[in-house]
Design a protein. Structure first.
Length: 241
């Protein structure tokens, strides 16, 4: 039986790139999306054309009860996941004095609470399976160094780093690795409206990153070759920090 990997936010951006990168590697993939059903169904068709095994799950990661119910039902039907890629997230950027509580809460509830909501129903089945496992959470350069206009986003991504480092300690003896990836400025729809020319001047490599440069790292961290890497935050940012 192939190893099963859950990818949240798989219908677009980095999540989509991860899914397509993993497709030919023999994993059974569980592709999560929130509302973009058309994009999710399109990527599923691409998977089927590659001969890969995949299924779709739809839920809002900020909705704890619904997330738990759907993931628990899927695990009960198909078995525990070997890999969990916590990629889904949002941003709502603005200067802190203009940031009302709703904007703060929405980002924190989605990005940080969402990590708990996804992982909590999945971890004990992973432990009980006694086959080891891989948990990879997507943080951000903002969570490492901070960024103006992103106090809420940076706080949520820094929180992910703290959670990863702590969870890694709890799961290490179970041969379950837990790591974070902190992307820099990556070519996705989330960065499409940024002042790219100005940003590139700050990046030593003078370019934005590509989604596949994140996806290839995910593939490595999922592999047997990465079995001794845990509790790490791996930055992919062209030398920005």
């Amino acid at each position: 039986m192939n190893k099963t990997v859950l990818i949240t936010g798989a219908s677009r951006g980095i999540g989509r790139a991860i899914a397509l990168y993993l497709a030919p590697l023999g994993y059974d993939l569980v592709l999560h999306y929130n509302s973009n059903k058309a994009a999710a169904e399109q990527i599923l068709k691409e998977f089927e054309s590659l001969g890969a095994h995949a299924r779709l799950l739809s839920f809002d990661i900020s909705n704890r009860k619904n997330t738990e119910q759907i993931l628990t039902n899927d695990i009960n039907e198909h078995g525990a996941y070997y890999g969990i890629i916590c990629n889904a997230g949002i941003n709502a950027d603005m200067p802190f004095p203009a940031m009302d509580g709703d904007v703060w809460d929405k980002v924190l509830h989605t990005n940080l609470d969402g990590l708990y909501n996804v992982l909590h129903p999945c971890v004990m089945p992973m432990v009980a399976a006694r086959k080891g496992g891989r948990i990879i959470a997507m943080s951000s350069i903002s969570g490492v160094m901070g960024n103006r206009g992103q106090v809420n986003y940076a706080a949520s991504k820094a929180g992910i780093i703290g959670a990863v480092k702590s969870l890694a300690l709890e799961l290490a003896k179970r041969n379950i690795t837990v790591n974070a990836i902190a992307p820099g400025v990556i070519e996705t729809d989330m960065t499409a409206e940024l002042p790219i020319e100005e940003i590139q001047k700050m990046i030593p490599m003078r370019r934005m990153g590509k989604p596949n440069e994140i996806a290839s790292l995910v593939a490595y961290l999922l592999s047997d070759d990465a079995s001794y890497i845990t509790r790490q935050v791996i930055s992919v940012n062209g030398g920005l920090i």
